[in-house]
Write a protein that binds this ligand. Structure first.
Ligand code: ATP
Length: 302
């Protein structure tokens, strides 16, 4: 049973005040893009996970845990507990989504494992309550099941699909080494405190919603926003050069993806994305430059 699952880029990531439970209230506009991991679930004597890189993908698979810390394995165990079956499954992960890159690769693998194991164990995905199990694993996991474009409220897990027209064309620049998501949030809090800034209550941007509904890439490029970007740039100053290079080369919008260090550039067409990707690769400001389009569906059995 093989499931294909997309990466996400945050079109808007509005970070509100720190809550008592240690999370922040977020407005998160998720957008699923055509950069996919695959998770294959096969019956085994005991739970096990293997990880390999997809052809041509320069992903740091050595940084992915193959023990109980792997999010896909955690997902399989959680589902097995819910269904009352033994979690005896081997999960074979083929990664193209950058590791610790701000594109929710681990969350994507967890969502894929939920769907693959539900099928393997003959559970009805609706009856098994996959979205609720997904939210237990992590804030970004429910979106990886859903795909498309959606606004996430709360910790990001309360999802409402967003209307979009047409296809948007993206270029992603990956970076060497990951950034820890908790470290980036902590830096965001630190910068706000140092600046005496009260965290604003985040709201979904109307310009962004209009640009998505109208399929207007230029307006979308202008409306992209990420409250974590200053923190990610503080922790990884070299990303500024990458963002500047993309803008100078004519990207309609440029931002750090989620908590980084992957950077995302919006192009006006598939051809523009190809030109932008080639030019950006020439600049030598990225580990790898990849093209993708969105929105695409969430976790899907192949
Ligand atoms: P997000 O955008 O949700 O903040 P991310 O894209 O920055 O996440 P991930 O690739 O999801 O980061 O990985 C974060 C950490 O999770 C990794 O450093 C790794 O140790 C751990 N991890 C656990 N399971 C996986 C998995 N299946 N794939 C990748 N990383 C995993």
């Amino acid at each position: 049973m093989t499931v294909r699952v997309p990466a996400k880029v945050n079109l808007q990531l509005g970070v509100g005040p720190l809550r008592d439970d240690g999370y922040h209230d977020l407005v998160n506009v998720f957008h699923a893009v055509s950069l996919f991991d695959e998770v294959t679930a096969v019956p085994a004597r005991e739970p096990r996970v293997t990880v390999e890189a997809a052809p041509d993908a320069q992903v740091a698979i050595q940084d992915v845990p193959v023990d109980g810390g792997n999010l896909a394995l955690r997902a399989a165990r959680l589902l097995a507990g819910r269904l009352g079956v033994e979690p005896d499954v081997e999960l074979r992960i083929r990664k193209a989504i950058p590791v610790a890159g701000g594109m929710a690769g681990g969350s994507a693998d967890a969502a894929a494992a939920l769907l693959a194991c539900a099928r393997l164990w003959d559970a009805d995905p609706d009856a098994a309550g996959l979205p609720e199990l997904a939210a237990e694993i992590g804030s970004d996991v429910p979106f990886a099941l859903l795909g498309g474009t959606a606004v996430g409220l709360g910790r990001g897990e309360r999802l409402t699909p967003v209307e979009t027209s047409g296809t948007f064309h993206w270029v992603f620049a990956t970076a060497d080494g990951g950034l820890s998501t908790p470290a980036v949030y902590a830096e965001c809090d630190r910068l706000r405190e140092a600046g005496g800034e009260a965290a604003p209550w985040p709201r979904a941007s109307e310009e962004l919603m209009k640009s998505l509904a109208g399929g207007d890439a230029r307006a979308l490029g202008a409306a992209l926003a990420n409250d974590l970007q200053p923190a990610a740039l503080m922790l990884r100053p070299s990303l500024r050069r990458t963002l500047d290079a993309g803008r100078e080369l004519g990207a309609l919008g440029a931002l750090v993806s989620g908590s980084g260090p992957t950077t995302a550039f919006l192009a006006g067409s598939a051809g523009h994305a190809a030109d932008l990707a080639a030019a950006l690769a020439q600049e030598g400001v990225a580990r790898q430059v990849v093209r993708a389009h969105g929105p695409v569906p969430g976790a899907t059995v192949v």
